[in-house]
Write a new protein. Structure first.
Length: 96
Protein backbone atom coordinates (compact mmCIF):
# COMPACT_ATOMS: atom_id res chain seq x y z
CA UNK A 1 0.00 0.00 0.00
CA UNK A 2 1.39 3.35 -1.03
CA UNK A 3 1.89 6.07 1.55
CA UNK A 4 1.49 8.86 -1.01
CA UNK A 5 -1.84 10.27 -2.08
CA UNK A 6 -2.95 9.72 -5.66
CA UNK A 7 -5.43 11.86 -7.57
CA UNK A 8 -8.11 9.33 -6.62
CA UNK A 9 -7.26 9.74 -2.92
CA UNK A 10 -7.37 13.52 -3.23
CA UNK A 11 -10.75 13.33 -4.97
CA UNK A 12 -12.13 11.12 -2.17
CA UNK A 13 -10.71 13.43 0.48
CA UNK A 14 -12.34 16.44 -1.17
CA UNK A 15 -15.73 14.67 -0.97
CA UNK A 16 -15.54 13.32 2.59
CA UNK A 17 -12.33 14.71 3.99
CA UNK A 18 -12.69 14.31 7.69
CA UNK A 19 -13.99 10.73 7.52
CA UNK A 20 -11.20 9.46 5.25
CA UNK A 21 -8.50 11.30 7.15
CA UNK A 22 -9.91 10.11 10.47
CA UNK A 23 -9.77 6.47 9.28
CA UNK A 24 -6.17 7.00 8.13
CA UNK A 25 -5.19 8.55 11.47
CA UNK A 26 -6.80 5.65 13.33
CA UNK A 27 -4.75 3.28 11.19
CA UNK A 28 -1.55 5.18 12.07
CA UNK A 29 -2.41 4.93 15.77
CA UNK A 30 -3.02 1.17 15.53
CA UNK A 31 -0.16 0.21 13.22
CA UNK A 32 2.60 2.70 14.10
CA UNK A 33 1.85 3.50 17.73
CA UNK A 34 0.34 0.11 18.64
CA UNK A 35 -2.81 1.43 20.28
CA UNK A 36 -5.70 -1.02 20.48
CA UNK A 37 -8.23 -0.58 17.71
CA UNK A 38 -11.14 1.50 18.97
CA UNK A 39 -9.07 3.00 21.83
CA UNK A 40 -10.10 6.60 22.48
CA UNK A 41 -6.94 8.64 22.03
CA UNK A 42 -6.51 12.19 23.25
CA UNK A 43 -3.44 14.38 23.48
CA UNK A 44 -2.87 13.20 27.07
CA UNK A 45 -2.65 9.58 25.82
CA UNK A 46 0.54 10.30 23.86
CA UNK A 47 4.08 10.87 25.03
CA UNK A 48 6.73 12.83 23.10
CA UNK A 49 7.87 9.79 21.10
CA UNK A 50 4.27 9.05 20.15
CA UNK A 51 3.96 12.59 18.76
CA UNK A 52 7.10 12.06 16.69
CA UNK A 53 5.74 8.75 15.35
CA UNK A 54 2.35 10.30 14.64
CA UNK A 55 3.99 13.22 12.83
CA UNK A 56 6.06 10.81 10.72
CA UNK A 57 3.00 8.71 9.96
CA UNK A 58 1.04 11.76 8.81
CA UNK A 59 3.95 12.90 6.66
CA UNK A 60 4.29 9.47 5.04
CA UNK A 61 0.56 9.00 4.51
CA UNK A 62 -0.41 12.49 3.38
CA UNK A 63 2.90 14.08 2.31
CA UNK A 64 2.20 16.92 4.77
CA UNK A 65 4.82 17.93 7.32
CA UNK A 66 3.42 18.74 10.75
CA UNK A 67 5.95 19.47 13.47
CA UNK A 68 5.46 17.64 16.75
CA UNK A 69 4.70 20.85 18.69
CA UNK A 70 2.14 21.90 16.06
CA UNK A 71 0.65 18.40 16.15
CA UNK A 72 0.27 18.54 19.92
CA UNK A 73 -1.41 21.94 19.72
CA UNK A 74 -4.02 20.66 17.24
CA UNK A 75 -4.73 17.33 18.93
CA UNK A 76 -7.30 17.76 21.70
CA UNK A 77 -9.04 14.82 20.02
CA UNK A 78 -8.60 12.63 16.95
CA UNK A 79 -11.52 14.41 15.25
CA UNK A 80 -9.84 17.79 15.76
CA UNK A 81 -6.57 16.42 14.38
CA UNK A 82 -8.40 15.04 11.33
CA UNK A 83 -9.89 18.50 10.71
CA UNK A 84 -6.42 20.05 11.00
CA UNK A 85 -4.87 17.53 8.59
CA UNK A 86 -7.69 18.25 6.12
CA UNK A 87 -6.96 21.96 6.42
CA UNK A 88 -3.27 21.37 5.78
CA UNK A 89 -4.10 19.20 2.73
CA UNK A 90 -6.35 21.94 1.32
CA UNK A 91 -3.61 24.53 1.95
CA UNK A 92 -1.04 22.30 0.25
CA UNK A 93 -3.23 21.87 -2.80
CA UNK A 94 -4.30 25.51 -2.98
CA UNK A 95 -7.91 24.99 -1.97
CA UNK A 96 -7.90 26.79 1.39
Amino acid sequence: MSCRLTATHLDRISRSPTRDVLVALQSILVHRLHFAEGHVVRRESLDSLDFIEMSLGIEERFAVLIEEADLAAHFPSLDALADYVCLRLRMKHGAA
